[in-house]
Design a protein around this ligand. Structure first.
Ligand code: FRU
Length: 479
């Protein structure tokens, strides 16, 4: 364990210069100190600080895992990096300390996560060769962890569930502890061919150690072959199930990424084809997790990235030995049957200043930008980030939105790293837009967060311009 932690320290030290000199580092987003990051884990507020843990591969910029990274913050925006808190050091987590969540009770923090084992050999790693255990550690400071305790193993899952069971999210309700897990269920189609189905498993416990299977949550019809990173919480008393289905077929305006991430309101029934709503329509969003703040807000943070995309598009920060980040923490509110997602209010308390405009253009270079459009003049709005030859266009027309890295000839431009085009819609025509730019990430919130697009962007400093066409009232501020 110590040895593995020392290796991280050395690597972080060795590459610090390269990483910190990268023009794509951000100010208010959680990034890996070096190497690769993926899912947010164990999000919570504990003893006066927010804690965000994350899947961390400091020794390999292309992933592979092995650690839970850790950072803390007082305002959800300025983050301080700590040493990793978990690594693979017991037989049950020898191939990975996978995703999980935090439960805070009085002055103790409990972290639940999946220990992954991939046995060496010729296995399919679906029905055999893989062992998924759910593990628990405790802490009184969020940094030093107790011994690991196994709380669920293969023997505890329903018989028709494959070896893919992971990402425990735990909460307390009605005096009992509840856990939701993502799983892959063995299933066959009408012709008898294997066609597995994603589902979520619910367990309950009285003491956080002994868990009893309660229920499976699954769609009326097959909805992907595996669900990752489930989360279950209430908004205005209505139960929301958030999860990441894998294996949905892409359509022009739906399910445009390799894997999906969205939610359904449980009281709407189990027709997921109809009731599943995507969290984000951009190129870079997956594996979100929520938590509740002490003042009662439900905050969501996602991974601004996706697994298995390195052959599809690139993150140009890889040259500087790091890739990926998390999204800006956002507050969730329910409006009808839709969840609105807007950056946390702490963002507005930062020391914003009016941006300087010259010839109808803003130059932002090293600055963080918050562009608020309160009114769209006609039916259309266009924002160009970068230049005509190398830029991202955000286009809205009525209730249709488009994010495009394609140039006039339809070729992908350099700053998108291979990203092309994404579409989204709002219920009513787009009237309001918030665009947040922090170096290499752009987050677009339409109509108070009804539809959100997250994308990474890799612009040289000289090309960091912003041009707006069609806005009525607008306010562009920088930091
Ligand atoms: C989602 C995921 C999780 C898993 C973790 C491993 O991106 O595949 O299901 O726990 O990443 O890093």
């Amino acid at each position: 364990m110590e040895d593995r932690m020392n290796k991280v320290k050395q690597e972080e030290k060795k590459k610090k210069g390269t990483v910190n000199n990268c023009p794509f580092r951000m100010k208010y987003h959680i990034m890996p100190p070096v190497g690769w990051m993926n899912d947010p884990n164990g999000l919570c507020q504990f003893k006066g600080r927010y804690h965000a843990y994350f899947q961390y591969s400091p020794l390999n910029v292309h992933g592979g895992g092995g650690y839970w990274g850790h950072c803390i913050s007082k305002d959800l925006l300025n983050w301080e990096y700590q040493e990793p808190v978990l690594t693979t050091d017991i037989p049950e987590d020898q191939s990975g300390v996978y995703s999980g969540s935090a439960l805070v009770e009085k002055d103790r923090m409990y972290l639940f996560y999946t220990g992954n084992v991939k046995l060496p050999g010729e296995y399919d790693y679906i029905d055999n060769g893989r062992i998924s255990s759910q593990l628990l550690v405790e802490s009184s400071d969020g940094q030093h962890m107790s011994e690991k305790t196994k709380i669920l193993g293969m023997e505890d899952y329903p018989k028709d569930i494959t070896a893919h069971v992971r990402d425990p999210k735990v909460w307390k309700e009605d005096g009992e502890y509840h856990m939701v897990l993502g799983a892959r269920k063995r299933a066959w189609d009408e012709e008898g061919s294997r066609r597995d189905e994603g589902c979520a498993l619910i367990y309950t416990s009285k003491d956080k150690k002994k868990w009893k299977f309660q229920q499976e949550l699954i769609g009326k019809n097959p909805f992907g072959y595996m669900w990752e990173c489930p989360d279950l919480f209430a908004l205005k008393e209505r139960k929301v199930l958030s999860f990441c289905p894998q294996g949905l077929e892409s359509e022009k305006e739906r399910f445009q990424n390799i894997y999906q991430s969205g939610y359904t309101l449980l009281d709407k029934g189990d027709d997921l084809e109809e009731n599943f709503k995507e969290w984000d329509m951009g190129f870079d969003f997956y594996a979100p997790q929520s938590f509740q703040t002490e003042d009662g807000r439900r905050i969501l943070i996602g991974w601004a990235g996706l697994p298995d995309t390195e052959d599809i598009h690139k993150n140009l920060s890889v040259e500087n030995d790091w890739q990926h980040c998390l999204t800006i923490p956002a507050e969730l509110t329910l409006s009808g049957d839709k969840i609105l997602r807007m950056p946390v209010r702490e963002l507005y308390d930062l020391n914003w200043k009016k941006a300087k405009e010259a010839d109808g253009e803003y130059l932002w270079e090293d600055q963080v930008v918050k562009l608020q459009i309160e009114e769209i003049k006609g039916n259309e709005l266009e924002i160009l980030l970068g230049t005509e030859e190398n830029g991202l266009t955000i286009h809205t027309e009525g209730n249709r939105m488009e994010l495009s890295f394609l140039d006039k000839e339809g070729k992908p431009v350099k700053c998108g790293g291979g990203r092309k085009i994404r579409y989204g819609r709002t219920l009513e025509p787009v009237k309001k837009l918030l665009v947040l730019i922090d170096s290499s990430i752009v987050e677009v919130f339409a109509n108070d967060g009804e539809t959100v697009f997250t994308t990474r962007i890799y612009l040289d400093k000289k090309d960091r311009k912003l041009k707006i066409k069609g806005a009525g009232t607008k306010d562009c501020q920088v930091l």
